[in-house]
Write a new protein. Sequence first.
Length: 157
Amino acid sequence: MARSPGPGLVTSGVLLGIGMVGTLDEVVFHQLLDWHHFYELTTDGAPLDARTRTVGLVSDGLFHALSTGVLVLGLLRLARSGLPGRAADRTRLLGGLLVGFGGFNLYDGLVQHKLLDLHQIRRGVPDLLPYDLAWNLVALAILVAGAVLLRRSPTRR
């Protein structure tokens, strides 16, 4: 018997959001703009030498594989849960997606950028504060929007 859509939609959405933002970060900020790598041997803004670029490239590949895996897992869970037909179910899926997207980016900005110092949002700029504020405020806004959608969405009985 097929499961009715609803129960796994939030989890599917969160996984899809994490996978999507990880992939977007990797493609846009790591590859196209070359602002940073997942892990850099130095975060002092100095030009990257060949060894540091190699470490960055390998860490980016691992990060991209992980984010792609999370995206696929979210798609598999969504397929297992059933596609949302009701508006409330679609809202729960979107809310979960926004929570995953914003939550991961906020974690990235606060934990990976600041606490662990794996990399900064943008290498080689004299003032990181505008980048950090923009990154974290946008992430927080997306996270809150997802939480509001989930709070306002009725749960299935």
